[in-house]
Ligand binder design. Sequence first.
Ligand code: SF4
Length: 182
Amino acid sequence: MSPKPRIATASLAGCFGCHMSVLDIDERILELATRVEFDRSPINDFKEFRDRCAVGIVEGGCCNEENVELLEKFRKQCDVLISLGDCAINGGVPAMRNNIPLRECLEQAYLKCPGTYNPLNVLPNDPEIPLLLNRVYPCHEVVKIDRFIPGCPPPADAIWAALTALLTGRSAEPVYEHLKYD
Ligand code: SF4
């Protein structure tokens, strides 16, 4: 018997809402589990890749160097890479900072915000903190993306339709009726 195709997911600069929508395919996850192996994903809580994947699903854009590193790794590891949701596709809510210089954003968040407690008056500078990028980049500006599923989050039916189409070799273009933008 040929090995099952593998599916992996990753969350970059997103809110995990798109992953919640993946889980929202509900009992169909059981059907999916009979047809695929889940690799790195919150479904099994694997943090690292186990093997090459047929499909990778990415939520969120790139706001720091760690996001870029993970996205590039994902691209190398997956045959088909899906940008899932508006943050991955156009930066979404995190990209609201793109019109403001990074230094100004940091000062507002860590020095000037009325709710900030920062007696030393310093910006976070621990080397453990991933370096912020000058702006938030959608995934396709960092690596090649094969499919886009828009929405915030995309409805579970749109994700299910795309995954089943890909797994059966059909076109995985979004179906208009599955999409909503409210
Ligand atoms: S697209 Fe919406 S649901 Fe998905 S990560 Fe961004 S904010 Fe969250």
